[in-house]
Ligand binder design. Structure first.
Ligand code: ADP
Length: 499
């Protein structure tokens, strides 16, 4: 097929790139090695900018700054309401810079410009405000104990936090992690993904403008095995919060275990099932199945990449779904008509294509898609396979692209069994009008989030995270604050006790 627009169209624009250096202790600085790396425009494969490449020495400097800011700086010592005030200012500044920020992620990650500007960035602003609201409501419990003793718990910030984030949601995930950590009173080092460092550096600039004290929020772009590993193995980082692949998550946990046993939370891959029952509204179900796999080009950990359809409506649903997939618009992410931009980078593009080839070789039926689009950039057609066997690689591995495995089932028990036939457990969707079916499946599927008659319905107050090999720890909600805090128990004798 063709791209919806050619190069040279009006919306084919790259914003001015203002920030390309590391942000350490409140200043933009070159890396110690002087090295830089290229960040690439996935629409063309061309270089957008050269960004300072942080390595271990730079991470050491950032940790030193964060340590000082934690051990003797104002941030953890401020009343929560004072941190909140600064976080609210930070939120306002983001709101004022939505267009520029949206353009940075669009060009760096191939994400839809309008969606970023009108949905993701307003949500980010709300996330910061939500956690600003929590900053002065963090408290422990009073423990009655016995006649001799009483106690209480203090919720203390965990200390210096390392956030390692992936490239599929460079802005949203930055604030998923940074917002509760700021509210808790932590100081931090953020390592954005090497594919998408640009917006993170802009956020560093806005953080300073908002009045976040030097050393509290450091941003060190760089590669996983160098900058990332320096964070996970650092002796002076107290917690690491990671979002990314299960493979790298395992390395993060190993490095934490080998170094200082820092607290770890992992939000990893998924192969989430969407289960559509015979009584479903067909149009709605087809729409959810489509969005479930094509939203953000399939580059989302909780993509509904396995769709199970009950036999009574299977044929009709398959037909609707394929029709919808064929009219889905792939093209330049700045074009308002476009629904799907390019995959984030060449490696990802190649990986998705190799899974498509694998699916064909395994004997699945390619209903639609399967090909690249255009002669440059990393565009892939929306792709649907049917006749899936549950042990096929395309039914088991996280592909992280617009590739759906569509299957038929007969009974609710079969659906539950097959939905759980995965090493992952991030999310699941159920489409039915029957409340008993919805309740039964909700309880029986082992996943951190269950969406009933909706999909990708996130909320600041709704915890999100994995079961099984999708990781542990929860982002969002008051739950997320616990990743960035630790409990201190204080015990004291009461008057006249034998102590
Ligand atoms: P991939 O790019 O293979 O999909 P991930 O999505 O897991 O990898 O990457 C998420 C984040 O983890 C990125 O910021 C990446 O640089 C980082 N990372 C990769 N390898 C390591 C590692 N060994 N240690 C720490 N972080 C890493």
């Amino acid at each position: 097929g063709d791209l919806s627009n050619g190069a040279g169209a009006d919306f084919y624009k790259i914003p001015a790139i203002k920030f390309t250096k590391l942000f350490i202790n409140g200043e933009f600085v070159d890396s110690i090695s002087g090295k830089t790396f290229e960040t690439i425009d996935p629409r063309t494969g061309e270089v957008i900018a050269n960004v300072a490449e942080g390595t271990k020495e730079d991470v050491d400097l950032a940790v030193k700054a964060a340590r000082e800011a934690f051990d003797s700086g104002p941030w953890p010592r401020m009343p929560g309401v004072a941190r909140a005030k600064i976080m609210l200012k930070f939120a306002d500044l983001i709101d004022q810079n939505r267009e520029e920020l949206a353009a940075l992620d669009a060009v760096d990650a191939g994400k839809l410009y309008n969606w970023l500007k009108n949905v993701d960035l307003p949500n980010i602003v709300n996330t910061l405000r939500y956690y600003a609201g929590a900053a002065d409501k963090i408290h422990g419990e009073t423990l009655k104990m016995s006649r001799e003793l009483q106690g209480y718990t203090l919720m203390e910030p965990v200390g210096v936090v390392g956030h390692i984030i992936p490239w599929n949601f460079p802005s949203s995930l930055f604030f998923t992690k940074v917002s509760p950590a700021l509210a808790a009173g932590c100081t931090m080092i953020v390592k954005p993904a090497e594919q998408t460092p640009l917006s993170a550096l802009f956020y560093a600039h806005l953080a300073k403008q908002a009045g976040i004290p030097d050393g509290v929020l450091n941003v060190v772009p760089g590669f996983g095995p160098t900058a990332g590993a320096a964070i996970t193995s650092h002796m002076d980082i107290d917690a690491v919060s990671f979002t990314g692949s299960t493979e790298v998550g395992r390395q993060v946990m190993e490095a934490a275990a080998r170094s200082n046993l820092k607290k770890v939370s992992l939000e990893l891959g998924g192969k989430s099932p969407l289960i559509i029952f015979d009584d479903a509204d067909l149009d709605k179900a087809a729409e959810l199945a489509l969005i479930g796999i094509l939203f953000n080009k399939g580059e989302i950990c909780c993509a509904g990449s396995r769709v199970f359809v009950q036999e009574g409506i299977y044929d009709e649903l398959e037909k609707k779904l394929v029709e919808k997939a064929k009219s889905w618009v792939v093209g330049d992410p700045f074009d308002p008509k476009v629904q799907q931009g390019p995959q984030c980078d060449k490696r990802q593009f190649d990986k998705i294509l190799s899974y498509i080839e694998h699916g064909k070789r395994e004997g699945a039926t390619l209903l639609t898609g399967g090909k690249i689009i255009g002669d440059k950039g990393y565009y892939i057609e929306p792709t649907i396979f049917s006749n899936i066997k549950d042990d096929m690689l395309i039914a088991q591995d996280e592909i992280f692209g617009p590739v759906l495995a569509l299957t038929k089932f007969k009974t609710i028990d079969e659906a539950i069994l097959r939905a759980n036939n995965t090493r992952y457990g991030l999310a699941a969707g159920i489409v039915t009008k029957n409340i008993d079916t919805a309740n039964t499946v909700s309880r029986s599927v082992r996943a951190g989030t269950i969406w009933i008659n909706c999909y990708f319905a996130f909320g600041d107050d709704v915890p999100f995270g994995g079961y099984k090999m999708s990781g542990f720890g929860r982002d969002y909600g008051l739950e997320a604050l616990h990743k960035y805090m630790q409990v201190k128990s204080v015990v004291t004798p009461i008057y006249n006790s034998p102590w």
